[in-house]
Design a protein around this ligand. Structure first.
Ligand code: BGC
Length: 886
């Protein structure tokens, strides 16, 4: 009997390529992008048909078994440069009713996949960097005539701009902005790779004459970056743009619009622009209509032409989303203060800039000052160090003017407007929140408002610090890709946002900088601005741990393959540094950076032995590498790195663990590291140390005593030691130092230090006092994984482990995560002695559900499931200290 194939009732929820869920597929860099999708339900889906429609109308079709909807290899002929295709799906089932429709599909277009396809040079308004001063921005323009290129109205099938810059740039076409992207092309190790953008301008070009304009300024390429005064001109002396404009006709022919002779430039109304300093803009200097046809550019100069061949950096499409305005905030309060100033409070610490609407006399200069906090009744600007963060707008006069700076960014909650003409209303000024436009993927909620605010602060600090690359802070003269910060934060980052593309791109720079420096530098891209350029544990280990956590999160081994050389080079280097003994016991280390007991002026002076941390990390990354080698089928490497890890483990035990299990550096961080990294020789040692950890945490009255290394793992260590209750005590502690102390002080982001603001409202006197660093917010991962209990049982979330650990007097907690398979959630609440749990398992996935206080494990499939049991938590015990109930 033959089987009749019927279509499925399942519909395609989403369809994406590589890790670009929800993102654009224009100008992609892969010839064979892998395909993923989620279905509304997967029951009875026997197969899925994939259909590709090429530009010439040819259709290719392929069938793949149902259930394999993740990273399916491209089954069609590879994409050619510039090729546009439509991909559609249709699930089919072995039983069911009516024929399903093809889903609406996605349009995919390849970028310029081969460097030889770049046919234009860089055009440079500036080839010599002015010294000793902030540099201006430039306007660069060109015109062309479609008719003289033989392009008749109605001929144009599509028009694209492929563009990038040495500097930061924005495009206009016929007087209108081409995109909402900001600070393009972002910051990469420019000597190795420079990203280009692809813009669809089909609708914007006109028949006949057209004009294109570019705003460009120093940015990271030539502007001042780094602390201790920073460095200028790190990547070159020129500010230049590379703009290749192509028109594809319905006939299929591609015309590269020759702009070369037409380019002209002039200094922009941006009279000064610095990422740290701010922007000065004189609106009187804007040449009206400069990016429109027919503008008289007499007096504008011809730019220098710089041969592309002189710049060997690879030209690559971005792997993650662009930086954009993702939200606008109105001031919560507007207050006139002394000194001809108006103070604004936006109620939220952000990375961004102001947009003002102002009317006044020509030539009046309004200054916009920014700060994260107030101190002594004034903007607290000392923590900004040399990032003065002042924008200045000179009015053109004659009506209402609107302005926002283009090429700068500030970290602020408060702003002051100086010399504002006339009255002001909340509609006259808004704060634009600016960061990489990542897709949100993780949510947490509970009955504890303080905990919820802490989580919200983590979300904000992630947003504010993913500005093209993962940075340490958005406000002072750093904003650098510190490796240690993202090393500890990656699991949280991937819970909260779809950051794979951004991190994958950054890891390419890690590998390049590592090859240049001979080790993984402490921030990437690396610049020589005075920080010790030495291999450092927990920071350099990012080269191994970040790709590993990415793999664990989405189950995709590609990142391991791509980063393998870099991962191995780091472990080999540390193995060499230990003279193959496994004990890392000399050289520069940051240790448990920002241990609260360290003096403000010496944040590296932690109580925990730095070399204990270094050796422990060596074990951890060698083990990860051995496992990576196994996954990638490199068995000889796997055996080698198992031996390296084994040696380092023995060295750790010999040096740092007494036979009775006592850890030599008798600190919370030291024991937490040993427990969580599994460094004890025997279960007895581990149990003994677990007890000691509980003692130490209780003796510290459940205050935080850990820095960058200990903090992300302390709650897991306590749980492992059988101290769930202690973990909750620590998590819900409000006295200084604790996670919630900043919340009680009104924090809206995660602070760099536990006491960035002291209880009397003054700012910590240390040099390192940011109010927006995500590292200590790495505890959010624990909140999702343990408090709400939503975890993956294996890399990639296909099999979930849902095991909430209620405690702390919380009456409910929930976490949701948009996994690669769809939305998963765990939601519990307590009503007296009754504990109820609702879980959501995405289509195609399974889950084991472990209820608190009982041994029974439930195995469930896709869909919604509910459970209820009787349960009492430790805090219900009247003999235990009570938690504050909110
Ligand atoms: C950064 C940190 C970084 C640290 C290491 C600081 O200035 O802001 O987050 O990891 O230096 O030294």
């Amino acid at each position: 009997m033959s089987t009749i194939t019927h279509t499925s009732t399942a519909v395609v929820d989403s369809l994406w390529l590589e890790n670009r869920r929800g993102g654009s597929n224009l100008g992609i860099g892969e010839r064979r992008p892998r395909i993923s999708w989620t279905l509304s339900a997967d029951d009875h889906v026997e197969s899925v048909e994939l259909q590709l429609t090429r530009e010439d109308g040819c259709i290719e079709q392929h069938t793949t078994p149902g259930g394999s909807n993740r990273l399916v290899p491209w089954p069609f002929a590879p994409l050619a440069s510039r090729e546009t295709v439509i991909l559609r799906l249709r699930p089919t089932a072995s039983s069911g009713a009516a024929d399903a429709e093809w889903n609406s599909g996605i349009e995919i277009e390849a970028g310029l996949l081969d460097r030889s396809e770049w046919t234009v040079p860089f055009v440079a308004p500036s080839v010599t960097a002015p010294q000793g001063e902030l540099r201006p921005g430039y306007l660069v323009r060109a015109e062309w005539d479609n008719s003289s290129l033989g392009i008749a109205p109605g001929d144009v099938a599509k028009a694209r701009i492929y563009s990038t810059a040495h500097g930061v740039y924005e495009l206009e076409l016929n007087g209108a902005p081409v995109s909402e992207d900001l600070l393009s092309p972002g910051w990469t190790s420019y000597s190795h790779r420079l990203r280009y953008q692809t813009y669809d301008v089909t609708e914007a070009i006109r028949s006949g004459r057209n004009a294109i304009g570019v705003w460009v300024a120093d940015g990271w390429y030539r502007g001042r970056i780094g602390f201790e005064g920073g460095l200028w001109d790190v990547y070159g002396d020129d500010v230049s743009v590379l703009v290749q404009l192509e028109v594809t006709l319905h006939s299929g022919s591609v015309i590269s619009v020759p702009l070369a002779d037409s380019w002209r430039w002039v200094t922009a109304p941006i009279t000064e622009a610095g990422l740290y300093e701010g922007e000065n803009y004189d609106a009187r200097l804007l040449p009206t209509g400069w990016s429109e046809v027919g503008f008289d550019d007499a007096g504008w100069e011809s730019p220098q032409v710089l041969d592309l061949a002189a710049f060997p950096a690879e030209l690559e499409p971005p792997t993650g989303p662009a930086v954009r305005v993702t939200e606008t905030l109105r001031p919560l309060s507007i207050e006139a203060i002394d000194g001809n100033r108006i103070r604004l409070d936006f109620g939220q610490n952000i990375a961004g800039k102001l947009r003002i609407r102002v009317a006044g006399p020509a030539g009046q200069v309004v200054s916009l000052h920014h700060a994260e906090v107030l101190e002594d009744g004034a903007l607290g600007v000392r923590p900004l160090r040399s990032a003065v963060s002042i924008d200045r707008y000179t009015l053109a006069g004659g009506g209402l003017e609107q302005w926002t700076p283009r090429f700068t960014l500030h970290g602020f909650r408060y702003a002051e407007l100086e010399n504002w003409p006339g009255g002001i209303d909340t509609v006259d000024v808004e704060a634009l929140v600016v960061h990489t436009d990542l897709e949100r993927t993780g949510w947490f909620d509970s009955s504890h408002p303080g905990l919820n605010r802490l989580h919200e602060n983590v979300v904000w600090s992630m947003r504010d610090n993913f500005v093209d690359l993962p940075t340490d802070c958005p406000q002072r003269d750093e904003r650098l890709g510190w490796t240690g910060d993202i090393q500890v934060f990656t699991p949280t980052a991937l819970r909260l946002f779809g950051a794979h593309g951004t991190l994958g791109g950054w890891l390419r720079d890690v590998a390049y900088e590592q090859a240049d420096q001979g080790h993984v530098p402490n921030f990437v891209p690396w610049i020589e601005c005075g920080f010790p350029n030495h291999p450092t544990a927990a920071w350099g280990d990012a080269a191994v741990i970040v790709p590993w956590e990415m793999y664990r999160h989405d189950g995709d081994t590609r990142v391991l393959t791509d980063q393998y050389v870099s991962m191995r080079a780091w472990v080999d280097l540390v193995d060499d540094l230990t003279r193959h003994t496994g004990l890392w016991d000399e050289g520069f280390q940051l240790g448990d950076w920002l241990d609260p007991a360290a003096p403000p002026e010496s944040p590296g002076d932690s109580q925990t032995d730095k070399y204990l941390v270094a050796t422990a990390y060596h074990v951890r990354t060698a083990r990860i590498l051995a496992e990576t080698a196994t996954i990638l089928g490199k068995s000889a490497d796997a055996a080698h790195y198992r031996a390296v890890a084994e040696r380092a483990t023995r060295a750790f035990q010999a040096e740092f663990i007494a036979p009775n299990g006592r850890v030599v550096s008798d600190t919370v961080t030291a024991i937490a590291v040993a427990l969580v990294f599994d460094l004890f020789a025997t279960p007895e040692q581990s149990a003994r140390s677990g007890d000691r950890l509980l003692q130490l945490v209780a003796a510290g009255d459940f205050h935080i005593s850990t820095g960058f290394v200990g903090t992300p793992i302390i709650c897991d260590a306590l749980v492992k030691a059988g101290g769930l209750d202690a973990a909750y005590h620590l998590l819900l502690q409000e006295e200084l130092p604790s996670w919630l102390y900043p919340v009680t002080m009104g924090a809206t982001t995660i602070w760099e230090r536990w006491d960035s603001m002291l209880p009397d409202g003054s700012v910590n006197p240390g040099d390192m006092t940011s109010f927006n660093h995500y590292a200590l917010g790495a505890v959010a991962d624990f909140m999702h994984r343990v408090v709400a209990g939503l975890d993956s049982a294996e890399p990639g979330f296909r099999s979930l482990r849902i095991a909430p650990r209620p405690g702390g007097g919380l009456t409910r907690a929930s976490a949701s995560h948009l996994t690669p398979w769809g939305m998963a959630s765990s939601r519990w609440h307590r009503d007296g002695a009754r504990f109820s749990l609702d879980v959501q398992v995405p289509a195609g996935c399974t889950a084991t559900v472990v209820l608190p206080g009982v041994d029974t494990v439930h195995s469930v499939g896709a869909g919604a499931h509910s459970f209820a049991i009787d349960f009492r938590e430790a805090a219900d015990d009247p003999k235990k200290p009570a938690f504050r109930r909110w």
